[in-house]
Design a protein around this ligand. Sequence first.
Ligand code: GLU
Length: 262
Amino acid sequence: MNKRKSHKTPSLKNAKRVIVKIGSALLVDADSGMLYRAWMESLAADIAVMRGRGQDVIIVSSGAIAVGRRHLNFSSGALRLDEKQAAAATGMARLAHAYEEALGNHGLTVAQILLTLDDSENRRRYINARNTLTTLLRLGAVPLINENDTVATDEIRFGENDRLAGRVAAMIGADVLVLLSDVDGLYTADPNKDATARHIPLVDAITPEIKAMAGSSQTEYGTGGMITKLAAARAALPAGCSVVVADGNGENPLKAIEAGGR
Ligand code: GLU
């Protein structure tokens, strides 16, 4: 991974292949279970600009459970694993449809892929997944990846989409992985409790400082905190993929990252 140091970290604008991971809290209104359509449209516009430049874009999106639970009339609060799986199955169709509409407005084709972490560990499945992704990118489609929650077990509880995005980044040789959530970077400590906490928006090497970081932030719909973002970085960095952790709350979140010089 140190050999990357002699290379310039590619900016989002210059990256050949980019993975964008989107947390549930950015996509779904917690009270109504409705998708934030205007935000999705702004994301789709950013992706269309990137595709127009010839960049490959892969989306890893959470949100299936958050959307599906309202359609199954679950009340707010914790769900059992089988209930989460039922909610995910219900919500995934709606989520994919919303992406299809938003990206379709720009003439882009969405292709849904549901994966588990096992798929990146079993050689035959790893190669199959990689071949399918590579073919889709060659054909100009935008792969839309989520965990295959129906067959996942512990994974749903730990916000594994961050980890999954890191594995996929390594699998297909992405240059940049963007983790969009409601935090604007990694912090060396909890900034609410520790005034010396340092902000790290771009991770292009696992330094001892980063290794020492811990702590996790949780919202009702996003199960990924710092720990899973670090896990994503650990998977992506050795494959030469740098990781941007950005607050995606505003519209046009990718354009905003570019405007910030990354
Ligand atoms: N796969 C879950 C969903 O779509 C999200 C898991 C995660 O937040 O990482 O709802």
